[in-house]
Design a protein around this ligand. Sequence first.
Ligand code: URA
Length: 197
Amino acid sequence: MEPHIPPTCHRCPALAANRSRVVPGYGPAPARVMFVGEAPGYRGADVTGVPFTRDRSGRRLQALLIRLGLSLEADPAVERPRLRGCYLTNLVRCNPPDNRRPTRAEIGACLPYLLAELERVQPRILVPVGLLAAQVLLKHLLGRPAGRMRELHARPIRIEPGTCPGPPEVILPLRHPSRASNEDLETFTSALSALLE
Ligand code: URA
């Protein structure tokens, strides 16, 4: 039975005490592309309930989705965007205190929900957003270390069939939009549109 995160989840006491809400994944399923961020931002998804919305990182990511035709909106500030072939989620589904990084224990506690989403969404292309998401996904799916974002950003990692359960076929890491330059986002847009052709 596929686990869905309950809105009252208390697996991580510090997160449950801090969050405004649990933020589940958002978008159609199945979808060709799945973006996996770190955790809902306190000025963004923790307010809206939708990953990668409202805050600066969210608006930059939404602008990228619009350019790629993965969102039907024209305005990156829309808080419940109509996504096409694209699903947004996070390693953990609650905003951590002081917007800190989620701990390994918190990521582990939320992992069953992420794996259930992967099963349901069946993405062909998986996009870890930021180094922490890349580290967790590469370790969990491929059993390998991630290295540095400089070497990972916008470089497709092909997955041999049978190496990990089910799709994805490709992992395409993205430097976190809070840190990415406009040039980084351009490079990523070209790499992802080539994979979507
Ligand atoms: N918003 C999210 O939902 N996740 C991030 O990693 C950053 C902002």
